[in-house]
Ligand binder design. Structure first.
Ligand SMILES: [Ca+2]
Length: 302
Protein backbone atom coordinates (compact mmCIF):
# COMPACT_ATOMS: atom_id res chain seq x y z
CA UNK A 1 0.00 0.00 0.00
CA UNK A 2 2.85 2.35 0.90
CA UNK A 3 4.54 1.70 -2.44
CA UNK A 4 1.29 2.30 -4.30
CA UNK A 5 0.84 5.58 -2.44
CA UNK A 6 4.40 6.65 -3.35
CA UNK A 7 3.86 5.77 -6.98
CA UNK A 8 0.63 7.77 -7.10
CA UNK A 9 2.50 10.75 -5.68
CA UNK A 10 5.12 10.36 -8.38
CA UNK A 11 2.35 10.28 -10.94
CA UNK A 12 0.91 13.55 -9.66
CA UNK A 13 4.31 15.22 -9.72
CA UNK A 14 5.33 14.10 -13.17
CA UNK A 15 3.64 11.35 -15.05
CA UNK A 16 6.43 11.22 -17.62
CA UNK A 17 8.91 10.11 -15.02
CA UNK A 18 6.70 7.34 -13.65
CA UNK A 19 7.68 4.86 -16.30
CA UNK A 20 11.34 5.30 -15.43
CA UNK A 21 10.56 4.86 -11.77
CA UNK A 22 8.91 1.56 -12.64
CA UNK A 23 11.75 0.48 -14.89
CA UNK A 24 14.53 1.03 -12.38
CA UNK A 25 13.36 -1.12 -9.53
CA UNK A 26 14.04 -4.83 -10.01
CA UNK A 27 10.48 -6.00 -9.50
CA UNK A 28 9.37 -3.91 -12.45
CA UNK A 29 12.24 -4.47 -14.81
CA UNK A 30 10.17 -6.44 -17.28
CA UNK A 31 7.61 -3.68 -17.73
CA UNK A 32 8.08 -1.87 -20.99
CA UNK A 33 7.91 1.90 -20.88
CA UNK A 34 5.59 4.12 -22.79
CA UNK A 35 5.01 7.72 -21.87
CA UNK A 36 2.12 10.11 -22.25
CA UNK A 37 4.19 12.93 -23.71
CA UNK A 38 5.58 10.78 -26.49
CA UNK A 39 9.18 11.30 -25.41
CA UNK A 40 11.51 8.46 -24.59
CA UNK A 41 11.98 8.34 -20.84
CA UNK A 42 13.03 4.73 -20.60
CA UNK A 43 16.01 3.85 -18.49
CA UNK A 44 19.21 2.05 -19.27
CA UNK A 45 22.90 1.83 -18.48
CA UNK A 46 25.34 4.55 -19.53
CA UNK A 47 27.26 3.44 -22.60
CA UNK A 48 28.66 6.63 -24.15
CA UNK A 49 29.54 10.22 -23.17
CA UNK A 50 29.91 12.85 -25.89
CA UNK A 51 32.33 15.73 -26.14
CA UNK A 52 31.82 18.73 -23.84
CA UNK A 53 29.90 21.68 -25.25
CA UNK A 54 30.76 25.02 -23.61
CA UNK A 55 27.87 27.32 -22.67
CA UNK A 56 29.50 29.99 -20.55
CA UNK A 57 32.79 31.05 -18.96
CA UNK A 58 32.94 32.59 -15.46
CA UNK A 59 34.10 36.21 -15.28
CA UNK A 60 36.07 36.22 -12.03
CA UNK A 61 38.35 34.01 -9.94
CA UNK A 62 35.31 33.09 -7.78
CA UNK A 63 34.16 31.06 -10.75
CA UNK A 64 37.13 28.73 -11.06
CA UNK A 65 34.91 26.15 -9.33
CA UNK A 66 31.15 26.12 -9.32
CA UNK A 67 27.88 24.39 -10.03
CA UNK A 68 25.25 25.08 -12.68
CA UNK A 69 21.97 23.32 -13.16
CA UNK A 70 18.43 23.17 -14.54
CA UNK A 71 15.41 21.66 -12.84
CA UNK A 72 14.43 18.32 -14.44
CA UNK A 73 10.94 18.65 -12.92
CA UNK A 74 10.31 22.40 -12.81
CA UNK A 75 7.25 23.91 -11.15
CA UNK A 76 5.79 27.30 -12.22
CA UNK A 77 6.99 30.01 -12.58
CA UNK A 78 10.10 28.04 -13.54
CA UNK A 79 10.55 26.12 -16.78
CA UNK A 80 12.94 23.63 -18.33
CA UNK A 81 14.88 26.68 -19.59
CA UNK A 82 15.44 28.29 -16.19
CA UNK A 83 19.09 27.94 -15.23
CA UNK A 84 20.88 28.44 -11.91
CA UNK A 85 24.56 29.05 -11.25
CA UNK A 86 26.73 29.30 -8.13
CA UNK A 87 30.40 30.30 -8.15
CA UNK A 88 31.84 28.31 -5.24
CA UNK A 89 35.38 29.61 -4.64
CA UNK A 90 35.70 31.11 -1.14
CA UNK A 91 34.30 30.51 2.33
CA UNK A 92 31.15 32.61 2.09
CA UNK A 93 29.27 31.17 -0.88
CA UNK A 94 25.76 32.62 -0.67
CA UNK A 95 24.86 33.98 -4.09
CA UNK A 96 22.69 31.90 -6.40
CA UNK A 97 22.21 33.40 -9.86
CA UNK A 98 18.94 32.62 -11.62
CA UNK A 99 18.44 33.00 -15.39
CA UNK A 100 15.07 32.93 -17.17
CA UNK A 101 16.40 31.30 -20.31
CA UNK A 102 19.40 29.59 -21.83
CA UNK A 103 20.02 32.75 -23.84
CA UNK A 104 20.13 34.99 -20.74
CA UNK A 105 22.41 32.46 -19.06
CA UNK A 106 24.82 32.49 -21.98
CA UNK A 107 24.78 36.32 -22.04
CA UNK A 108 25.37 36.45 -18.26
CA UNK A 109 22.14 38.37 -17.51
CA UNK A 110 20.57 36.96 -14.33
CA UNK A 111 16.88 37.61 -13.68
CA UNK A 112 17.39 37.26 -9.93
CA UNK A 113 20.19 36.79 -7.44
CA UNK A 114 19.23 34.79 -4.36
CA UNK A 115 21.35 35.53 -1.28
CA UNK A 116 21.30 32.59 1.13
CA UNK A 117 21.10 33.37 4.85
CA UNK A 118 23.92 30.89 5.53
CA UNK A 119 26.64 29.88 3.09
CA UNK A 120 26.84 26.60 1.19
CA UNK A 121 29.73 24.18 0.84
CA UNK A 122 30.84 21.86 -1.97
CA UNK A 123 29.78 21.85 -5.63
CA UNK A 124 27.08 19.26 -4.95
CA UNK A 125 23.96 21.47 -5.07
CA UNK A 126 20.97 20.48 -7.22
CA UNK A 127 17.63 22.05 -8.22
CA UNK A 128 14.63 19.73 -8.13
CA UNK A 129 10.88 20.44 -8.17
CA UNK A 130 11.32 24.16 -7.52
CA UNK A 131 13.82 23.86 -4.67
CA UNK A 132 17.57 24.26 -4.35
CA UNK A 133 19.15 21.51 -2.26
CA UNK A 134 22.62 22.10 -0.85
CA UNK A 135 25.04 21.28 1.98
CA UNK A 136 25.42 24.01 4.57
CA UNK A 137 28.96 25.34 5.12
CA UNK A 138 31.08 23.40 7.67
CA UNK A 139 28.22 21.07 8.50
CA UNK A 140 26.53 17.81 7.48
CA UNK A 141 23.21 19.64 7.36
CA UNK A 142 21.33 19.48 4.09
CA UNK A 143 19.11 22.44 3.23
CA UNK A 144 16.04 22.58 1.00
CA UNK A 145 15.58 26.19 -0.15
CA UNK A 146 12.28 27.08 -1.85
CA UNK A 147 13.34 29.20 -4.83
CA UNK A 148 10.00 30.96 -5.34
CA UNK A 149 9.38 31.69 -1.64
CA UNK A 150 13.09 32.55 -1.25
CA UNK A 151 13.08 30.76 2.09
CA UNK A 152 14.50 27.63 3.69
CA UNK A 153 11.81 24.95 3.68
CA UNK A 154 13.60 22.10 5.46
CA UNK A 155 16.99 21.45 7.07
CA UNK A 156 18.20 18.04 8.15
CA UNK A 157 21.49 16.39 9.04
CA UNK A 158 22.72 13.60 6.80
CA UNK A 159 23.50 11.06 9.52
CA UNK A 160 27.25 10.40 10.12
CA UNK A 161 28.26 12.05 6.83
CA UNK A 162 31.83 13.37 6.68
CA UNK A 163 32.13 17.07 5.84
CA UNK A 164 34.61 19.91 5.37
CA UNK A 165 37.47 17.86 3.98
CA UNK A 166 36.97 14.47 5.67
CA UNK A 167 35.93 12.59 2.52
CA UNK A 168 36.13 14.87 -0.53
CA UNK A 169 36.60 13.76 -4.13
CA UNK A 170 40.18 13.57 -5.37
CA UNK A 171 40.36 17.25 -6.29
CA UNK A 172 39.38 18.36 -2.78
CA UNK A 173 37.24 21.48 -2.59
CA UNK A 174 35.28 20.25 0.45
CA UNK A 175 33.25 18.08 -1.89
CA UNK A 176 32.33 15.69 0.91
CA UNK A 177 28.61 15.68 0.20
CA UNK A 178 27.45 15.55 -3.41
CA UNK A 179 23.74 15.67 -4.19
CA UNK A 180 22.31 14.16 -7.36
CA UNK A 181 19.00 13.84 -9.19
CA UNK A 182 18.10 11.11 -11.66
CA UNK A 183 14.97 9.44 -13.05
CA UNK A 184 14.34 7.87 -9.64
CA UNK A 185 14.67 10.93 -7.41
CA UNK A 186 17.05 12.73 -5.05
CA UNK A 187 20.29 11.17 -3.80
CA UNK A 188 23.25 12.00 -1.53
CA UNK A 189 26.75 10.69 -2.32
CA UNK A 190 29.13 10.86 0.66
CA UNK A 191 31.14 8.77 3.12
CA UNK A 192 31.32 8.13 6.85
CA UNK A 193 34.00 7.23 9.42
CA UNK A 194 32.42 3.79 9.74
CA UNK A 195 32.66 3.22 5.97
CA UNK A 196 36.30 4.43 6.11
CA UNK A 197 36.01 6.55 2.99
CA UNK A 198 33.95 4.19 0.83
CA UNK A 199 31.16 5.91 -1.09
CA UNK A 200 27.83 5.77 0.70
CA UNK A 201 24.72 6.39 -1.32
CA UNK A 202 21.43 7.47 0.24
CA UNK A 203 18.07 7.98 -1.40
CA UNK A 204 16.42 11.03 0.15
CA UNK A 205 12.79 12.05 0.51
CA UNK A 206 12.73 15.44 -1.27
CA UNK A 207 9.95 16.68 0.99
CA UNK A 208 11.58 15.95 4.36
CA UNK A 209 15.25 15.19 3.51
CA UNK A 210 14.85 11.96 5.49
CA UNK A 211 17.03 9.07 4.33
CA UNK A 212 14.79 6.43 2.74
CA UNK A 213 17.47 3.85 2.08
CA UNK A 214 21.30 3.65 2.08
CA UNK A 215 23.80 1.56 0.10
CA UNK A 216 27.50 1.14 0.95
CA UNK A 217 29.71 0.73 -2.11
CA UNK A 218 33.29 -0.52 -2.30
CA UNK A 219 34.47 2.54 -4.24
CA UNK A 220 36.78 4.88 -2.31
CA UNK A 221 35.44 8.40 -2.58
CA UNK A 222 38.87 10.04 -2.56
CA UNK A 223 40.04 7.82 -5.42
CA UNK A 224 37.52 9.31 -7.87
CA UNK A 225 37.06 12.84 -9.21
CA UNK A 226 33.27 13.03 -9.13
CA UNK A 227 30.11 10.94 -9.29
CA UNK A 228 26.57 11.15 -10.65
CA UNK A 229 23.41 9.04 -10.77
CA UNK A 230 21.55 7.76 -13.84
CA UNK A 231 18.47 5.51 -13.58
CA UNK A 232 19.30 4.42 -10.03
CA UNK A 233 22.96 3.61 -10.73
CA UNK A 234 26.01 5.51 -9.48
CA UNK A 235 28.80 6.36 -11.92
CA UNK A 236 32.24 7.74 -11.02
CA UNK A 237 34.77 9.77 -13.02
CA UNK A 238 38.45 8.72 -12.88
CA UNK A 239 40.19 12.11 -13.02
CA UNK A 240 39.29 15.80 -12.71
CA UNK A 241 42.20 16.98 -14.83
CA UNK A 242 43.13 14.44 -17.50
CA UNK A 243 41.85 15.20 -21.01
CA UNK A 244 41.43 11.46 -21.42
CA UNK A 245 39.60 10.58 -18.22
CA UNK A 246 37.00 7.83 -18.02
CA UNK A 247 33.74 7.00 -16.34
CA UNK A 248 35.43 4.24 -14.41
CA UNK A 249 32.89 2.51 -12.12
CA UNK A 250 29.22 1.76 -11.94
CA UNK A 251 27.41 0.79 -8.75
CA UNK A 252 23.90 -0.55 -9.32
CA UNK A 253 21.46 -0.08 -6.47
CA UNK A 254 19.15 -2.68 -8.03
CA UNK A 255 21.75 -5.44 -7.46
CA UNK A 256 24.05 -3.87 -4.85
CA UNK A 257 27.09 -4.60 -7.00
CA UNK A 258 29.80 -2.53 -8.65
CA UNK A 259 31.81 -3.10 -11.81
CA UNK A 260 34.66 -1.29 -13.57
CA UNK A 261 33.86 0.70 -16.70
CA UNK A 262 35.94 2.52 -19.26
CA UNK A 263 33.86 5.17 -21.02
CA UNK A 264 35.79 8.14 -22.37
CA UNK A 265 35.21 11.41 -20.46
CA UNK A 266 37.07 14.52 -21.60
CA UNK A 267 38.12 17.21 -19.10
CA UNK A 268 38.62 19.80 -21.82
CA UNK A 269 39.78 22.64 -19.57
CA UNK A 270 41.71 20.52 -17.08
CA UNK A 271 39.85 21.07 -13.81
CA UNK A 272 36.36 19.60 -13.43
CA UNK A 273 34.93 20.54 -10.05
CA UNK A 274 31.34 19.41 -10.65
CA UNK A 275 29.73 16.69 -12.79
CA UNK A 276 26.01 15.95 -12.55
CA UNK A 277 23.34 14.28 -14.64
CA UNK A 278 20.09 15.96 -15.65
CA UNK A 279 17.46 13.32 -16.45
CA UNK A 280 15.19 15.71 -18.37
CA UNK A 281 17.99 17.01 -20.58
CA UNK A 282 19.65 13.59 -20.77
CA UNK A 283 22.99 15.37 -20.37
CA UNK A 284 25.84 15.62 -17.91
CA UNK A 285 26.34 19.17 -16.66
CA UNK A 286 29.87 20.04 -15.53
CA UNK A 287 32.01 22.95 -14.37
CA UNK A 288 35.50 22.69 -15.80
CA UNK A 289 38.02 25.39 -14.83
CA UNK A 290 35.75 28.48 -15.16
CA UNK A 291 33.73 26.84 -17.96
CA UNK A 292 30.14 25.63 -17.75
CA UNK A 293 29.87 22.65 -20.09
CA UNK A 294 27.44 19.83 -20.90
CA UNK A 295 27.89 16.36 -22.40
CA UNK A 296 25.36 14.30 -24.32
CA UNK A 297 25.01 10.71 -23.13
CA UNK A 298 23.65 7.49 -24.58
CA UNK A 299 21.98 4.84 -22.49
CA UNK A 300 21.74 1.19 -23.51
CA UNK A 301 18.45 0.15 -25.02
CA UNK A 302 17.35 3.78 -25.47
CA1 LIG B 1 28.32 15.13 -8.84
Amino acid sequence: MFILHKLLLEWVHCSAVLCCYLCVWPIYTLISCSCQDGKDHSCGLLEWVGEPVTFRRAETIAGKYGVWMKDPQPVPPYTRETTWRVDTVGTDVRQVFEYDSAEQFEKGHPSKVHVLARPMESTGAVVYRGALYFQRHKSRTLVKYDLQAEAVAVQKELPSAGYHGQFPYSWGGYTDIDLAVDEVGLWAIYSTALARGAIMLSKLDPETLEVERTWETNIRKQSVANAFMICGSLYTVSSYSSPEATVNYIYRTSTGTSAPLSLRFENRYGYSSMVDYNPAERKLFAWDNFNMVAYDVKLSGV
